[in-house]
Design a protein around this ligand. Structure first.
Ligand code: ADP
Ligand code: MG
Length: 270
């Protein structure tokens, strides 16, 4: 049997892994983001915070080319992944997808598919080949990194939909890791979960940050403080498009924000 698995290894250099420059976005001609620029360093966790409707999810979708799939959506600016624009002519969508994974608010494993097949589901889609023991090892590795292996090692053939909500979310994390992404985008990954599951995911995020660059949207300020290295505060004031009011190292954003609106937000005043 041939066993093939050809994947580039992620590296964490501290340099900027993902660099969004001058991002503006529109839906049906209505501008919802204005000139957002943010560097997301390799091997670090960046938290996007701010009130509902200020464009955090839109920004996240732009980072892995999901925005362009929405009818009526437009975009300006560039997103550099390790220095190369993911929107450059000739760059394939699947290339960005393989290197930039996404985990959503609501856990969305393929419910009827086995736990094992859920983890490997992305391989075929993105053209990565794996078989036999190599594939088994990859499944164990990804489930371990997602903090789920011990709980499901005897349940690999059960449907993904049979797991608890927190386990399903960790299965989704394992699924995104299978193609060894360079970046993992997470849009409020704990909003649908209980506090215990939330803490488990937070531990997983911290562990993963060693090798994957993480960008997480969260409404939970304690969570942002616990998991992130840097924060960006988004705001859309009085019908104006969303933009970043302030960004910087997480401790400073919480203890000494330079903008009054950031202080008001992180201290729960709006
Ligand atoms: P957040 O994640 O910060 O809550 P979103 O990125 O979801 O904000 O939304 C930003 C703005 O874009 C909002 O005004 C929202 O109504 C609008 N919007 C988001 N998605 C769509 C869509 N698919 N079609 C039209 N408008 C959208
Ligand atoms: Mg959102």
């Amino acid at each position: 049997m041939t066993e093939t698995l050809t994947l580039p290894q992620a590296t964490s250099t501290g340099a900027s892994a993902l660099d969004a420059r001058g991002i503006s976005a529109w839906f049906g001609g209505r501008k919802v983001l204005s000139r957002v620029s943010l560097e997301m360093p390799a091997g670090r966790v960046t938290a996007l915070i701010g009130p509902s409707g200020c464009g955090k999810s839109t920004f996240l979708r732009i980072l892995n080319r999901m925005h362009e799939l929405i009818p009526g959506a437009e975009l300006a600016g560039e997103v550099l992944l390790d220095g190369e624009d993911i929107y450059a002519r000739g760059r394939r969508l699947t290339d960005a997808r393989r290197r930039i994974g996404m985990v959503f608010q609501k856990p969305n494993p393929f419910p009827a598919m086995s736990v094992y097949d859920n983890v490997t589901a992305g391989l075929k889609l993105t053209g990565v080949r794996a078989s036999g023991a190599v594939k088994d090892d990859l499944v164990e590795e990804c489930l371990s990194k997602a903090g789920l292996w011990k709980e499901v090692r005897d349940r690999l053939r059960q449907p993904g939909g049979a797991l608890s909500g927190g386990q399903q979310q960790r299965l989704c994390i394992a699924r995104s890791l299978a193609v060894r992404p360079r970046i993992l985008l997470m849009d409020e990954p704990c909003s649908a979960l209980d506090p215990t599951s939330t803490r488990r995911i937070e531990e997983t995020i911290r562990d993963l940050a060693e090798e994957v660059t993480i960008v997480i949207v969260t409404h939970n300020m304690q969570q942002a403080a616990r998991v992130s290295d840097q924060c960006a505060f988004f705001l859309a004031e009085q019908g104006t498009p969303g933009r970043i009011v302030e960004h910087g190292p997480t401790p400073a954003m919480f203890s000494a924000p330079s903008d009054r609106r950031t202080a008001d937000y992180v201290e729960g005043r709006f």
